[in-house]
Design a protein around this ligand. Sequence first.
Ligand code: NAP
Ligand code: MG
Length: 479
Amino acid sequence: MSSVLNTDLTSRRFAQLINGRSVQGAGTSEIIDPGTGQVIATAPTPDTDQVHEAVEAADTAFKVWRLSPASERRAALHRIADTVEEHAEELARLLVLETGKPLAVARDMEVEWAVRWVRYFAEQELAPEVMREDADGRFERHHEPLGVVAAIIPWNFPLFQTLYKVAPAVLAGNTVVVKPAPTSPLHALFLGELLRDLVPAGVVNILGDGGEAGPALTSHPSVRLVSFTGSTAVGRHVISSAASTIKRVVLELGGNDAAIVMPDADVDAVAPEIFSWSFFYAGQICTAIKRIYVPDALYDRFAEHFARLADEAKLGHGLDEEATFGPIQNAKQFERVKEYLATAHADGKVIAGGVVDPRPGYFVPPTVVTDVDDDSVLVREETFGPVRAILRYSDLDDAVSRANDTEYGLGGSVWGTDIEAARSVAGRIESGNVWINTHVAAAPDVPFGGIKQSGVGAEFGLEGLKEFVENKIIYVPNA
Ligand code: NAP
Ligand code: MG
């Protein structure tokens, strides 16, 4: 296997992993580095027949894998974690090149978290339990694997998202077909190369995608669970596609997270933190802070801080260690962000950023908008990009109800000095996760998920693992 470090990827042959073999695509697609706008590699793309081939391979492998001892599955996960760790630098560089994130984030966060999550699942166990026992007999609960799992992945933290789905799926005795987003398949195809000899043929299959693989997967009758991370709009398609064969679905969808700055907040302390959770990875995170509610008395000072931090941001390629701020991941999203910029100028006062950066690639500087009404698209919609509105409030209860006035319910945060007061407001935010004086604290053993239209089901933790099994109750009478 050739190293991807300092290698020209254009000559490298990426392949899909289907039934334990490296398989070229029915077609190909060109992968663009968003930090330069240049084509960096050619990736294989499957046609419907290849998608079906992968599902059928997974279905065949399931018949054996479901009966494998837990120790074998655990060992496979440990091998995967060790191998990913060994290839951390190569995986991180691929992630930088195709997702545009800074190298430090790719390596120290994405790859590191992926390994940590795989190791966590490798240690879990779903042992049978006696639910009830009386003079007549007992009820046993067994955790049965579901069958073929389709893992559908977006482009923002794709290695992490892939492995935190694959690990619990495989541990529970399922088999998997992974489909990355069409603009970020390289890390996944490389992962496929690494996994080829680590799991039995067909247990994990990794496809490319030319844009049609998703529906072919979600409509296949042998897929028993769709574990999907992506937008709420596509989540609706996944649910309807799953309906005809009553598949299970776990959906991690969009978010429009609010941060509420409490009246007692120390602006100098909280503004830089809120800034970084708003603009981290150019704001392209489901749980980025997307709306910021600031009390009247603190508003101007808070906005000044934000504008200064935005002006100090240094745009650049993810491999440029001086850069603090990378590109938008793909051309389509870049066009969407340009629309947000136009809306920002029309609906509010732009106090930092506001124009596309002229260098090659898809760069937009952090853009800060004040004096925007709640009915602006910038407030109503999930702005998946570096454009953030600072909203003014004079009454805390009113700020809470405005924060909750959204169909989304993924994350949220409350920022203040009196932790108990902040905790009380956190209890009133309608979202699956609320953080105090931070945004996004996650751990492999703590379930994560959205409420309202931000999702169905959980990932991580035992709850996340249990999404990959169903109950089977056996009643055993006493002899
Ligand atoms: P997206 O457009 O919804 O795509 C996500 C994945 O779904 C891609 O692999 C996509 O591939 C596939 N897909 C699209 N249409 C499909 C269909 N009809 N059937 C099956 N699969 C289909 O999302 P994105 O633009 O990649 O990512 C951004 C969104 O993801 C944001 O809304 C963000 O909030 C959300 N997100 C949520 C979380 C979370 O944990 N809650 C985490 C990260 C991102 P194709 O493009 O080939 O169609
Ligand atoms: Mg898409």
